[in-house]
Write a protein that binds this ligand. Structure first.
Ligand code: PD2
Ligand code: ZN
Length: 288
């Protein structure tokens, strides 16, 4: 009997059809694999072939449902994984995680001195924050975003380079696939109403934005101070919020530009004091 050990081994159409029928009927994985193994497939090759068939089936259904294709996203760790991640020059702590939406809260991402330095280099450059106009791909002032902000070019100084390199190590995502760092200040009453960070591909302005590095696939919001009250980052569809604490950060990813990711999030109003954050958006490709 010939043993097909290659992971490239392909299923013929009737066998693929049979496998998908079995999977849909809830047949156990062992029972689905058995006929392949009886035909002489090596076990791992059979597992790979069945998984590939299921992936093709899911992708076809998603296309039929009009969903945009999914992308690879930064995945720094799994659930119930390490509690501390050594990120280049710093031990970052994992505080909490959510599977869907995919959210990770970290502490000890930035030192107090780094937070203060980011605030000081941004203070004089602040202007009323804009949002992306998806009709044109340009920026515009929006009532839902009442913060002030500024954007620092990637690698613009030694501090930015150090933090960007640390984030690249922490998130296992090349720093070239990141946008420049945005720093925001919220005064009392200022907020960022719930929104998605990805670009809506159906909007006319999307092509301009996507041409430069592809989709956004994840966001890292780092807290540069601790507001007296308010200013949490909220995920309203998950009923979840991350408190703004100096040096901590919230990471969230979205594997396709679609609300099904539940990545809708906002910056709740600051109730007392002020709030400073630095946001790093991660792209599919190199962002030049
Ligand atoms: O400041 C925040 O908590 C926040 C909330 C939602 C920041 C952003 N989005 C962002 O920068 O995209
Ligand atoms: Zn956002």
């Amino acid at each position: 009997m010939t043993v097909l050990a290659s992971v490239d081994a392909a299923l013929d159409a009737p066998l693929e059809h049979w496998i998908l029928e079995q999977v849909r009927a809830g047949t156990s994985p062992e029972a689905v694999l058995r006929p392949l193994i009886e035909q002489g497939w090596a076990e791992q090759a059979a597992i790979d072939a069945v998984e590939a068939a299921m992936r093709r089936f899911v992708e076809q259904r998603e296309r039929e449902d009009g969903l945009p294709p999914s992308s690879r996203v930064p995945a720094p760790l799994g659930l119930n994984d390490a509690s501390i991640l050594h990120a280049l020059d710093r031990d970052v702590r994992v505080v909490a995680q959510l599977r869907h939406p995919r959210v990770i809260a970290f502490s000890n991402v930035l030192s107090d001195e780094e937070c203060d330095a980011l605030v000081e280099m941004s203070r004089a450059r602040l202007s009323r924050s804009a949002t992306v106009n998806m009709e044109t791909g340009g920026d515009e002032v929006h009532v839902g975003r009442t913060s002030q902000g500024t954007c620092h070019a990637r690698g613009g100084n030694a501090l930015l380079r150090r933090i960007e390199s640390r984030l690249a190590a922490l998130l296992d995502w090349p720093l070239e696939k990141g946008e420049g760092m945005q720093v925001l200040r919220y005064g009392v009453g200022a907020e960022y109403k719930p929104h998605h960070d990805y670009f809506d591909p159906s909007q006319p302005g999307a092509s301009v934005l996507l041409a430069r590095g592809g989709q956004r696939v994840a966001s890292m919001v780092m807290y540069l101070n601790t507001p007296e009250r308010g200013g949490a980052t909220t995920f309203p569809e998950a009923g979840f919020e991350v408190a703004a604490v100096k040096g901590n950060a919230v990471f969230f990813s979205y594997d396709r530009p679609h609300p099904m990711t539940l990545s809708l999030h906002g910056g709740a109003p600051v109730l007392a004091g002020e709030k400073w954050v630095a946001t790093k958006w991660l792209r599919e490709h190199v962002h030049a």
